[in-house]
Design a protein around this ligand. Structure first.
Ligand code: DAH
Length: 339
Protein backbone atom coordinates (compact mmCIF):
# COMPACT_ATOMS: atom_id res chain seq x y z
CA UNK A 1 0.00 0.00 0.00
CA UNK A 2 2.82 2.35 0.79
CA UNK A 3 4.10 1.62 -2.67
CA UNK A 4 0.72 2.48 -4.19
CA UNK A 5 0.59 5.77 -2.27
CA UNK A 6 4.05 6.76 -3.46
CA UNK A 7 3.06 5.81 -7.00
CA UNK A 8 -0.04 7.99 -6.82
CA UNK A 9 2.03 10.97 -5.64
CA UNK A 10 4.52 10.45 -8.44
CA UNK A 11 1.84 10.13 -11.08
CA UNK A 12 -0.04 13.17 -9.79
CA UNK A 13 3.12 15.30 -9.81
CA UNK A 14 4.07 14.10 -13.28
CA UNK A 15 0.63 14.98 -14.64
CA UNK A 16 0.74 18.34 -12.92
CA UNK A 17 4.09 19.13 -14.48
CA UNK A 18 2.60 18.59 -17.93
CA UNK A 19 -0.52 20.59 -17.22
CA UNK A 20 -0.68 23.96 -18.98
CA UNK A 21 -4.27 25.10 -18.35
CA UNK A 22 -6.03 26.23 -15.19
CA UNK A 23 -9.20 24.40 -16.26
CA UNK A 24 -7.33 21.08 -16.39
CA UNK A 25 -6.19 21.51 -12.75
CA UNK A 26 -9.71 20.85 -11.48
CA UNK A 27 -9.89 17.59 -13.36
CA UNK A 28 -6.63 16.53 -11.80
CA UNK A 29 -7.84 17.46 -8.31
CA UNK A 30 -10.95 15.28 -8.81
CA UNK A 31 -8.95 12.46 -10.32
CA UNK A 32 -6.54 12.17 -7.38
CA UNK A 33 -8.21 13.72 -4.34
CA UNK A 34 -11.96 13.54 -5.13
CA UNK A 35 -14.47 11.25 -3.43
CA UNK A 36 -14.10 8.73 -6.21
CA UNK A 37 -10.46 9.60 -6.67
CA UNK A 38 -7.45 7.33 -6.52
CA UNK A 39 -6.29 8.31 -3.03
CA UNK A 40 -9.76 7.74 -1.55
CA UNK A 41 -9.91 4.32 -3.25
CA UNK A 42 -6.75 3.30 -1.41
CA UNK A 43 -7.86 4.71 1.94
CA UNK A 44 -11.00 2.60 1.66
CA UNK A 45 -8.81 -0.49 1.82
CA UNK A 46 -7.20 0.59 5.12
CA UNK A 47 -9.50 -1.80 7.01
CA UNK A 48 -7.55 -4.71 5.62
CA UNK A 49 -4.37 -3.54 7.32
CA UNK A 50 -3.02 -4.68 10.66
CA UNK A 51 -3.35 -2.42 13.71
CA UNK A 52 0.37 -1.51 13.60
CA UNK A 53 0.38 -0.72 9.90
CA UNK A 54 -2.76 1.40 9.90
CA UNK A 55 -1.39 4.58 11.57
CA UNK A 56 1.79 4.45 9.50
CA UNK A 57 -0.11 4.14 6.24
CA UNK A 58 -2.68 6.71 7.45
CA UNK A 59 0.07 9.21 8.16
CA UNK A 60 1.65 8.59 4.78
CA UNK A 61 -1.72 8.97 3.05
CA UNK A 62 -2.26 12.32 4.76
CA UNK A 63 1.19 13.47 3.74
CA UNK A 64 0.57 12.41 0.15
CA UNK A 65 -2.73 14.31 0.14
CA UNK A 66 -1.07 17.41 1.59
CA UNK A 67 1.79 17.21 -0.92
CA UNK A 68 -0.57 16.85 -3.87
CA UNK A 69 -2.68 19.73 -2.61
CA UNK A 70 0.38 21.91 -2.21
CA UNK A 71 1.60 21.00 -5.69
CA UNK A 72 -1.85 21.82 -7.11
CA UNK A 73 -1.92 25.25 -5.52
CA UNK A 74 1.66 26.03 -6.58
CA UNK A 75 0.75 25.06 -10.11
CA UNK A 76 -2.36 27.24 -9.98
CA UNK A 77 -0.29 30.25 -8.91
CA UNK A 78 2.28 29.71 -11.63
CA UNK A 79 -0.37 29.14 -14.34
CA UNK A 80 -2.16 32.33 -13.30
CA UNK A 81 1.08 34.27 -13.47
CA UNK A 82 1.97 33.02 -16.92
CA UNK A 83 -1.59 33.60 -18.16
CA UNK A 84 -1.38 37.23 -17.00
CA UNK A 85 2.06 37.67 -18.53
CA UNK A 86 0.73 36.36 -21.85
CA UNK A 87 -2.25 38.71 -21.70
CA UNK A 88 -0.07 41.74 -20.98
CA UNK A 89 2.25 40.82 -23.83
CA UNK A 90 -0.71 40.50 -26.21
CA UNK A 91 -2.23 43.82 -25.15
CA UNK A 92 0.93 45.88 -25.18
CA UNK A 93 1.13 48.82 -27.60
CA UNK A 94 4.17 49.31 -29.72
CA UNK A 95 4.79 53.02 -29.27
CA UNK A 96 7.58 52.95 -31.82
CA UNK A 97 5.11 52.37 -34.71
CA UNK A 98 4.42 55.50 -36.79
CA UNK A 99 0.98 57.02 -36.04
CA UNK A 100 -1.87 57.31 -38.52
CA UNK A 101 -1.93 60.90 -39.73
CA UNK A 102 -5.32 62.61 -39.38
CA UNK A 103 -6.27 64.78 -42.31
CA UNK A 104 -8.14 67.78 -41.00
CA UNK A 105 -10.33 69.64 -43.48
CA UNK A 106 -10.20 73.39 -43.86
CA UNK A 107 -12.55 76.15 -44.86
CA UNK A 108 -13.25 76.72 -48.54
CA UNK A 109 -11.58 79.94 -49.81
CA UNK A 110 -15.05 81.43 -50.40
CA UNK A 111 -15.95 80.86 -46.75
CA UNK A 112 -12.61 82.19 -45.54
CA UNK A 113 -12.87 85.49 -47.36
CA UNK A 114 -16.57 85.82 -46.47
CA UNK A 115 -15.71 85.30 -42.79
CA UNK A 116 -12.98 87.91 -42.99
CA UNK A 117 -15.38 90.41 -44.54
CA UNK A 118 -18.01 89.64 -41.90
CA UNK A 119 -15.42 90.26 -39.16
CA UNK A 120 -14.32 93.58 -40.66
CA UNK A 121 -17.91 94.87 -40.89
CA UNK A 122 -18.84 93.62 -37.44
CA UNK A 123 -15.83 95.59 -36.18
CA UNK A 124 -17.41 98.67 -37.76
CA UNK A 125 -20.71 98.06 -35.95
CA UNK A 126 -22.66 96.34 -38.75
CA UNK A 127 -25.15 93.52 -38.17
CA UNK A 128 -25.56 90.48 -40.40
CA UNK A 129 -28.95 90.27 -42.18
CA UNK A 130 -30.40 87.25 -43.93
CA UNK A 131 -32.89 87.13 -46.77
CA UNK A 132 -34.67 84.47 -48.84
CA UNK A 133 -32.98 82.95 -51.90
CA UNK A 134 -36.40 82.21 -53.37
CA UNK A 135 -38.03 85.61 -53.44
CA UNK A 136 -40.70 87.54 -55.28
CA UNK A 137 -40.47 89.95 -58.19
CA UNK A 138 -41.36 92.87 -55.92
CA UNK A 139 -38.34 92.48 -53.58
CA UNK A 140 -35.80 91.52 -56.25
CA UNK A 141 -36.80 94.11 -58.86
CA UNK A 142 -39.81 96.32 -58.38
CA UNK A 143 -39.06 97.76 -54.95
CA UNK A 144 -35.53 98.46 -56.22
CA UNK A 145 -36.91 100.76 -58.87
CA UNK A 146 -36.82 98.12 -61.61
CA UNK A 147 -40.39 98.02 -62.98
CA UNK A 148 -41.42 95.06 -65.19
CA UNK A 149 -40.33 96.64 -68.48
CA UNK A 150 -37.02 98.03 -67.19
CA UNK A 151 -34.15 97.13 -69.57
CA UNK A 152 -31.73 96.51 -66.68
CA UNK A 153 -33.70 93.33 -65.91
CA UNK A 154 -32.31 91.80 -69.11
CA UNK A 155 -28.78 91.84 -67.73
CA UNK A 156 -29.89 89.59 -64.89
CA UNK A 157 -31.47 86.71 -66.78
CA UNK A 158 -33.44 84.94 -64.15
CA UNK A 159 -34.70 81.53 -63.02
CA UNK A 160 -38.44 82.02 -62.58
CA UNK A 161 -40.54 79.61 -60.54
CA UNK A 162 -43.71 81.32 -61.76
CA UNK A 163 -44.57 84.86 -62.95
CA UNK A 164 -44.00 86.35 -59.51
CA UNK A 165 -41.59 84.00 -57.71
CA UNK A 166 -37.95 83.63 -58.70
CA UNK A 167 -34.44 82.81 -57.48
CA UNK A 168 -32.93 86.14 -56.44
CA UNK A 169 -30.42 87.56 -58.91
CA UNK A 170 -28.91 89.98 -56.41
CA UNK A 171 -28.66 90.31 -52.65
CA UNK A 172 -29.98 93.89 -53.05
CA UNK A 173 -33.39 92.31 -52.37
CA UNK A 174 -32.31 92.04 -48.72
CA UNK A 175 -32.13 95.85 -48.57
CA UNK A 176 -35.89 95.90 -49.11
CA UNK A 177 -36.62 93.16 -46.56
CA UNK A 178 -34.50 94.96 -43.96
CA UNK A 179 -35.98 98.42 -44.57
CA UNK A 180 -39.52 96.98 -44.43
CA UNK A 181 -38.92 95.54 -40.98
CA UNK A 182 -36.35 97.83 -39.32
CA UNK A 183 -36.32 101.55 -38.68
CA UNK A 184 -33.14 103.62 -39.17
CA UNK A 185 -30.42 103.72 -38.05
CA UNK A 186 -29.70 100.64 -40.18
CA UNK A 187 -26.22 99.22 -40.64
CA UNK A 188 -26.16 95.72 -42.14
CA UNK A 189 -24.31 93.45 -44.50
CA UNK A 190 -25.96 90.42 -46.06
CA UNK A 191 -23.82 87.68 -47.59
CA UNK A 192 -25.56 85.01 -49.65
CA UNK A 193 -26.10 83.05 -52.84
CA UNK A 194 -27.59 84.58 -55.98
CA UNK A 195 -28.66 82.93 -59.22
CA UNK A 196 -28.60 83.98 -62.86
CA UNK A 197 -29.34 82.00 -65.97
CA UNK A 198 -25.76 82.30 -67.26
CA UNK A 199 -23.73 79.62 -69.04
CA UNK A 200 -20.68 78.42 -67.11
CA UNK A 201 -17.30 79.78 -68.18
CA UNK A 202 -14.12 81.10 -66.55
CA UNK A 203 -15.92 84.17 -65.18
CA UNK A 204 -19.60 83.12 -65.06
CA UNK A 205 -21.62 80.67 -63.02
CA UNK A 206 -25.41 80.33 -62.61
CA UNK A 207 -24.83 80.39 -58.86
CA UNK A 208 -22.49 82.83 -57.19
CA UNK A 209 -22.18 84.85 -53.99
CA UNK A 210 -22.69 88.50 -53.20
CA UNK A 211 -22.31 90.57 -50.08
CA UNK A 212 -24.78 93.41 -49.84
CA UNK A 213 -24.25 96.39 -47.58
CA UNK A 214 -26.77 98.99 -46.45
CA UNK A 215 -26.51 101.97 -44.15
CA UNK A 216 -29.49 104.29 -43.56
CA UNK A 217 -29.43 107.13 -41.05
CA UNK A 218 -29.70 110.89 -40.82
CA UNK A 219 -26.97 112.71 -42.76
CA UNK A 220 -25.37 109.73 -44.53
CA UNK A 221 -23.21 110.99 -47.39
CA UNK A 222 -21.19 109.61 -50.29
CA UNK A 223 -18.03 110.22 -48.24
CA UNK A 224 -19.32 107.69 -45.67
CA UNK A 225 -19.61 105.11 -48.45
CA UNK A 226 -16.08 105.88 -49.66
CA UNK A 227 -14.60 105.73 -46.18
CA UNK A 228 -16.34 102.44 -45.37
CA UNK A 229 -15.21 100.74 -48.58
CA UNK A 230 -11.67 102.07 -48.25
CA UNK A 231 -11.51 100.68 -44.71
CA UNK A 232 -12.76 97.29 -45.95
CA UNK A 233 -10.25 97.04 -48.77
CA UNK A 234 -7.29 98.21 -46.67
CA UNK A 235 -8.08 95.57 -44.07
CA UNK A 236 -8.44 92.92 -46.77
CA UNK A 237 -5.61 93.84 -49.11
CA UNK A 238 -3.25 95.98 -47.06
CA UNK A 239 -2.78 99.71 -46.53
CA UNK A 240 -1.19 100.36 -49.92
CA UNK A 241 -4.25 99.26 -51.90
CA UNK A 242 -5.88 102.00 -53.98
CA UNK A 243 -9.54 102.30 -54.98
CA UNK A 244 -11.07 104.04 -57.97
CA UNK A 245 -14.69 105.24 -57.91
CA UNK A 246 -16.21 105.45 -61.40
CA UNK A 247 -19.65 106.95 -62.19
CA UNK A 248 -22.14 104.27 -63.18
CA UNK A 249 -25.86 103.64 -63.23
CA UNK A 250 -27.98 101.41 -61.00
CA UNK A 251 -31.73 101.98 -60.81
CA UNK A 252 -31.80 101.73 -57.01
CA UNK A 253 -28.99 104.21 -56.25
CA UNK A 254 -28.50 107.85 -57.16
CA UNK A 255 -25.74 108.76 -57.69
CA UNK A 256 -24.23 105.36 -58.47
CA UNK A 257 -20.70 104.22 -58.97
CA UNK A 258 -18.57 101.21 -59.66
CA UNK A 259 -15.53 100.67 -57.49
CA UNK A 260 -12.27 99.29 -58.86
CA UNK A 261 -9.13 98.24 -57.03
CA UNK A 262 -5.61 98.79 -58.32
CA UNK A 263 -4.49 95.54 -59.99
CA UNK A 264 -2.84 93.19 -57.47
CA UNK A 265 -0.73 91.74 -60.22
CA UNK A 266 0.86 94.76 -61.90
CA UNK A 267 0.26 97.57 -59.39
CA UNK A 268 -1.61 99.73 -61.92
CA UNK A 269 0.74 99.43 -64.89
CA UNK A 270 -1.54 97.16 -66.90
CA UNK A 271 -1.26 93.40 -67.44
CA UNK A 272 -3.25 90.43 -68.70
CA UNK A 273 -5.05 90.02 -65.36
CA UNK A 274 -6.52 93.55 -65.45
CA UNK A 275 -6.82 93.53 -69.27
CA UNK A 276 -4.34 96.43 -69.41
CA UNK A 277 -6.65 98.60 -67.30
CA UNK A 278 -4.44 98.80 -64.21
CA UNK A 279 -7.62 98.43 -62.15
CA UNK A 280 -10.03 95.54 -61.50
CA UNK A 281 -13.75 96.10 -60.98
CA UNK A 282 -14.86 94.98 -57.52
CA UNK A 283 -18.38 96.17 -56.78
CA UNK A 284 -21.34 98.42 -57.44
CA UNK A 285 -22.49 101.06 -54.97
CA UNK A 286 -24.27 104.36 -54.52
CA UNK A 287 -26.60 106.47 -52.44
CA UNK A 288 -29.93 104.70 -51.88
CA UNK A 289 -32.51 106.12 -54.34
CA UNK A 290 -35.19 108.19 -52.52
CA UNK A 291 -37.86 106.15 -54.32
CA UNK A 292 -36.50 102.97 -52.73
CA UNK A 293 -36.48 104.55 -49.25
CA UNK A 294 -40.03 105.89 -49.67
CA UNK A 295 -41.31 102.55 -51.02
CA UNK A 296 -40.10 100.95 -47.77
CA UNK A 297 -41.79 103.62 -45.63
CA UNK A 298 -38.65 105.63 -44.83
CA UNK A 299 -38.93 109.42 -45.12
CA UNK A 300 -36.26 110.42 -47.66
CA UNK A 301 -36.37 114.06 -46.54
CA UNK A 302 -35.09 112.94 -43.11
CA UNK A 303 -32.98 109.91 -43.89
CA UNK A 304 -30.40 109.06 -46.51
CA UNK A 305 -28.30 105.97 -47.04
CA UNK A 306 -25.67 104.20 -49.03
CA UNK A 307 -25.60 100.70 -50.40
CA UNK A 308 -23.11 98.43 -52.10
CA UNK A 309 -23.00 94.95 -53.52
CA UNK A 310 -19.80 93.05 -54.03
CA UNK A 311 -19.13 89.75 -55.77
CA UNK A 312 -17.45 87.34 -53.36
CA UNK A 313 -15.98 85.13 -56.12
CA UNK A 314 -14.27 88.13 -57.66
CA UNK A 315 -12.76 89.11 -54.31
CA UNK A 316 -11.50 85.57 -53.73
CA UNK A 317 -10.06 85.30 -57.24
CA UNK A 318 -8.23 88.61 -56.81
CA UNK A 319 -7.00 87.66 -53.40
CA UNK A 320 -5.48 84.32 -54.42
CA UNK A 321 -4.76 85.02 -58.12
CA UNK A 322 -7.24 82.38 -59.30
CA UNK A 323 -7.97 82.79 -63.00
CA UNK A 324 -10.92 80.42 -63.44
CA UNK A 325 -14.12 80.68 -61.43
CA UNK A 326 -14.96 77.01 -62.02
CA UNK A 327 -12.08 75.95 -59.74
CA UNK A 328 -14.07 77.30 -56.80
CA UNK A 329 -16.94 74.87 -57.39
CA UNK A 330 -15.30 71.67 -58.60
CA UNK A 331 -14.20 70.60 -55.12
CA UNK A 332 -10.92 69.21 -56.40
CA UNK A 333 -8.92 68.68 -53.21
CA UNK A 334 -5.64 69.29 -55.07
CA UNK A 335 -6.90 72.83 -55.61
CA UNK A 336 -8.55 73.31 -52.21
CA UNK A 337 -5.54 72.04 -50.26
CA UNK A 338 -3.55 75.05 -51.39
CA UNK A 339 -5.41 77.51 -49.18
N1 DAH B 1 -27.05 94.38 -57.12
C1 DAH B 1 -26.05 94.88 -58.05
C2 DAH B 1 -25.67 93.74 -59.00
O1 DAH B 1 -25.93 92.61 -58.72
C3 DAH B 1 -24.84 95.35 -57.31
C4 DAH B 1 -25.13 96.62 -56.57
C5 DAH B 1 -24.93 97.84 -57.14
C6 DAH B 1 -25.58 96.56 -55.27
C7 DAH B 1 -25.16 99.02 -56.46
C8 DAH B 1 -25.83 97.75 -54.57
C9 DAH B 1 -25.61 98.96 -55.19
O2 DAH B 1 -26.28 97.75 -53.31
O3 DAH B 1 -25.85 100.10 -54.51
O4 DAH B 1 -25.12 94.02 -60.02
Amino acid sequence: MKEQLKKIEELAKAELAECTEIKALDDLRIKYLGKKGELTAILKQMGKLSAEERPVVGQLANKVRADIEEALSEKLTSLKASEQAARIAAESIDITLPGKAQTIGKLHPLSRVENEIRDIFMGMGFNIADGPEVDDDYHVFEALNLPPDHPARDTQDTFYINDKILLRTQTSSVQVHVMETQKPPIRIISPGRVYRSDAVDATHSPLFHQIEGLVVDKGIKMSDLKGTLEMLMKKLYGNECRLRFRPHHFPFTEPSCEVDIMCFNCGGKGCSMCKDEGFIELLGAGMVHPKVLEGCGIDSSVYSGFAFGLGLERMVMGRYSINDLRLLYENDVRFLEQF
